[in-house]
Design a protein around this ligand. Structure first.
Ligand SMILES: *[C@@H]1O[C@H](CO)[C@@H](O)[C@H](O)[C@H]1NC(C)=O
Ligand SMILES: *[C@@H]1O[C@H](CO)[C@@H](O)[C@H](O)[C@H]1NC(C)=O
Ligand SMILES: *[C@@H]1O[C@H](CO)[C@@H](O)[C@H](O)[C@H]1NC(C)=O
Ligand SMILES: *[C@@H]1O[C@H](CO)[C@@H](O)[C@H](O)[C@H]1NC(C)=O
Ligand SMILES: *[C@@H]1O[C@H](CO)[C@@H](O)[C@H](O)[C@H]1NC(C)=O
Ligand SMILES: *[C@@H]1O[C@H](CO)[C@@H](O)[C@H](O)[C@H]1NC(C)=O
Length: 324
């Protein structure tokens, strides 16, 4: 109990830092956006015909030749849970979930802070549970924090003083993430939401590249699928074409704010949902008040995000939620 207040403060800082950091790299993101547009467009055109949800709807492979992206299949045929485009969701990471009344298909909640009984309670209500953990950053308050080696750690995340970027090629880091996946399985999670896999886009102190992230995300995918769980790609628009085949969804923050929803539409184009969050109240307003009409029009009236599973949240990712 005495730790939970500390945790809340840490996570609240976390949220504000995220905003600052992403704001700082907006220009870069716009440039990346332009660069990845070309493959995305050809992808969408190439896949426009024939690709539904990677099978006949009962988990059996299609007999047609699967479309490929950069040599990889767009859908891992053995994945059992592929949510549909438009699936509704809630995300709450600030404290152990204490409000399950919001009527949606999926809850995305903190893996460490959620016990098996909460997860099975949600599933008993006919819902699916996605378990969040940070895969690409060291968080100093987690129960397994002492397993990381000094050589695994890079720079402190901008604005998140209790986190450091992780060396994605480290076998020690990968072992720790495999243990976290085992824990997610043990707790009964249907899927996982591994965060902070886009160190390449940040001052990480480890010379992390896009290729490092591609390799790491595909590694996580294979391990997750082997446990019969599903996973999504968190942000990381630049690497979508290289990993989308192994991903069952995208979790995106602020694509409307940064004008990059067209990048993430690569997911909906192949029948995979985009779980999309906007924070129109800004980085420092975490209250229970409704967004204003102007905020709503800005966050919600975006043609590029029309088929996304959009939620409006406070930056601290508490219970508060609105939809468009
Ligand atoms: C795998 O996951 C699917 C979908 O969640 C479930 O229906 C199935 O029973 C699971 N299979 C095993 C062997 O656990
Ligand atoms: C949930 O927990 C938080 C943090 O302890 C608290 O502020 C909030 O009032 C609780 N909400 C409900 C619905 O119990
Ligand atoms: C597909 O999933 C299976 C298990 O569900 C896993 O063994 C395999 O590595 C996955 N393939 C890819 C390319 O992710
Ligand atoms: C294809 O998938 C494999 C294994 O998941 C990964 O290592 C590789 O980088 C991917 N290649 C391309 C071109 O996407
Ligand atoms: C939404 O956008 C369309 C075109 O972009 C515009 O015509 C319409 O007035 C906007 N609606 C609101 C409520 O902002
Ligand atoms: C959204 O999905 C509908 C139905 O699948 C499709 O007709 C429409 O073109 C999609 N819109 C966008 C903006 O992707």
């Amino acid at each position: 109990m005495s730790n939970s207040h500390d945790d809340m403060c840490l996570k609240a800082d976390h949220g504000r830092g995220l905003f600052n950091w992403r704001f700082g790299s907006t220009l870069r993101k716009v440039m990346v956006a332009l660069l990845v547009m070309i493959p995305i467009i050809s992808l969408a055109v190439g896949l426009g015909v024939g690709l539904t949800r990677g099978g006949d709807g009962r988990g059996n492979p299609t007999t047609t030749t699967p479309p490929t992206i950069g040599g990889n299949q767009t859908t891992n045929k053995t994945v059992k849970w592929q949510p549909e485009v438009g699936t509704t969701w809630q995300i709450e990471l600030l404290y152990p979930l204490n409000d399950t009344s919001f009527d949606v298909d999926i809850y995305d909640i903190d893996m460490f802070d959620s016990d098996a009984s909460l997860i099975s309670e949600l599933q008993g209500q006919g819902r699916r549970v996605i378990c969040y953990f940070s895969a690409g950053s060291y968080e100093n308050w987690r129960p397994d924090a002492d397993k990381f080696k000094d050589s695994d750690l890079g720079n402190t995340l901008d604005g998140w003083p209790n986190e450091k970027w992780l060396k994605l090629s480290s076998s020690n880091v990968r072992e720790i993430m495999l243990s976290r996946l085992d824990l997610a399985k043990e707790k009964g999670c249907d899927g996982v939401d591994p965060d902070n896999i886009d160190g390449y886009d940040n001052d990480n102190g480890l010379d992390l590249t896009e290729d490092d992230s591609i390799d790491f995300v595909n590694f996580l995918a294979e391990a997750t699928h082997a446990l019969n769980m599903s996973l999504g790609l968190k942000n990381a628009g630049a690497i979508i074409p290289k990993v989308i085949g192994n991903m069952q969804w995208s979790v995106n923050e602020q694509c409307v704010q940064y004008d990059e929803c067209s990048i993430y539409a690569a997911f909906t184009a192949v029948g995979k949902p985009v779980f999309h969050i906007e924070y129109p109240k800004g980085d420092n307003t975490n209250d229970n008040k409704a967004m204003t009409t102007v905020q709503k029009n800005t966050a919600c009236n975006n043609s590029g995000a029309r088929n996304f599973s959009t939620v409006i949240k406070n930056m601290d990712l508490d219970n508060w939620i609105e939809t468009c």
